[in-house]
Design a protein around this ligand. Sequence first.
Ligand code: FAD
Length: 596
Amino acid sequence: MAQYTPPLRDMQFVLHELFGVVDELKALPAHAEVDADTINAVLEEGGKFASQVTAPLNGIGDEQGCTLDKTTHEVTTPKGFKEAYMQYVEGGWPALSCDPEFGGQGLPIVVNQCLYEMLNSANQAWTMYPGLSHGAYEALHAHGTDEQKKTYLPKLVSGQWTGTMCLTEAHCGTDLGLLRTKAEPQADGTYKITGNKIFISAGEHDMAENIVHLVLARLPDAPSGSKGISLFVVPKYLVTPEGKIGARNGLYCGGLEHKMGIHGNATAQIVLDGAIGTLVGQPNKGLQAMFVMMNAARLGVGMQSLGLTEVAYQNAAAYAKDRIQMRSLSGPKAVDKPADPIIVHPDVRKMLLTARAFAEGGRAFAIWTALQIDKELSSTDEDERKDAADLVALATPIVKAFLTDNAWLATSHCMQVFGGHGYIKEWGMEQFVRDARINMIYEGTNTIQSLDLLGRKVLGDNGAKLKKFGKLVRDFVEEEGVNEAMQEFVNPLADLGEKVTKLTTEIGMKAFQNPDEVGAAAVDYLRVCGHLVFGYFWARMAKVALAKAASGDPFYQAKLGTARFYFAKLLPETAMLIRTARAGAKPLMDVEEALF
Ligand SMILES: Cc1cc2nc3c(=O)[nH]c(=O)nc-3n(C[C@H](O)[C@H](O)[C@H](O)COP(=O)(O)OP(=O)(O)OC[C@H]3O[C@@H](n4cnc5c(N)ncnc54)[C@H](O)[C@@H]3O)c2cc1C
């Protein structure tokens, strides 16, 4: 079975040594009192919960999956899931970064983000139950009426109830404009909702007493397409005026999907049969309201993949030190043994370091993004709020797609380190690969994230958001340009920054002639931007590590070594990606005969 040790030292490095998070938070009145000891203590406890309570359930959840009783429509989650959830609720974890007005603890998002990395390393399928609830909390917090907030937020914050997002229907996934679920207004101001949703994560289960579904549906007079979608809150059990559980609402789970991974999470078909709901936000503006939840979920999916990358790396690194096979090409290393540990072989090291560089780079990027969200939500300075919001908008598709693509590579490499033993179930490695795969698909496929980045976030505002990130890179390059020891990091970063600017302009020009040029370049473009972001954070981490290398602490040597590996072996992938992005739409679109 796989093992997991929370990477607290690296989290502390990123939070305190790289970003000076406590000083950053001091400037935000809502979090001015948060100190390093509090953050570290919370993460230590969160790490214990993840490694001791939910990690041991990961394999069980995969084996057992969820089961549906077709007569009662009730779903049973794997053994131990419910008890772990009760423990999570009793520990107050769902409330960590929620609004104190609704019972939350008011800690910054950045702390919650670290908690979620650990929960996902331990057990992605389990973590999706509280994860989706938090997204529902955010959407209702931003767009709910006072009545809806009063009814639902305290229960979502305490974890007594969980939440879902119900967007997908059989004929519409990416293109939500096609959705057909109907909402008919009733005389009492509520709506009767009828339709069939599929693929609803955590859509039915036995872990909490009520499930709060956020459902996209159409009003009778709604315009067609995505401009005619409204958002409704539809609970599994209706809520009495006193806030208690009332009658069963008109919805049920019609089936559970059998799937490649995340078996412990119930992926439910939800049949809405005149279910009573209330409108969230404005009529026909449902997508806007839902985007709060979708954006939170996109970052959440990035954290799922970061978690899997980390845990896969930990297990593969331990195995590679223990497993002996063949001798090192440069002569025996473990002379007392019949063969050397496989960690001596260059390609095994490459696989391990790839996973490590993706995990540590991803952690820095994710924590930075969370800190920008805290600024966006809590800064008293309007310009700072706007800048932070722009950076979060730019970062969101990159966190989602780059981290999930990386995790697919990393978990596969880590399985490969185990050889044939990685492919069989016993070690838990093949589960990481299977679990990681969905992250590239849901919450908007990675192709859709790429189109969002290039089409909307970059070209859509003439590169204004990208320039804000570019300025951070340029300032760093200028500052460190005179530092001899930093040249090996700063030069490739500066070079990539210039290439991204040129590539963006070139695609923008071509897109004027032919919009398919955006679609043809977007996926490669996002990956290039992912490396620009990672290059920036790896260079900054190298700077901190260089300054502390003299301390003799092996942590900093490891950080420097991983930074060097990243710049030498991973970032150069951008040369190929830029070339394929520039190859444009023609080789894809002029091939009718080949494809049809
Ligand atoms: C396990 C699981 C859990 C899920 N959880 C939820 C959930 O909780 N709530 C929910 O509402 N949904 C959920 N989903 C649904 C998920 O978000 C969708 O499957 C996903 O958005 C893709 O939609 P689709 O499957 O209909 O694929 P399609 O939209 O049919 O897409 C098929 C392919 O075409 C590509 N494509 C489509 N349009 C374009 C375009 N314009 N340009 C380029 N390529 C394009 C896509 O990238 C994809 O590769 C879940 C799905 C799964 C499998």
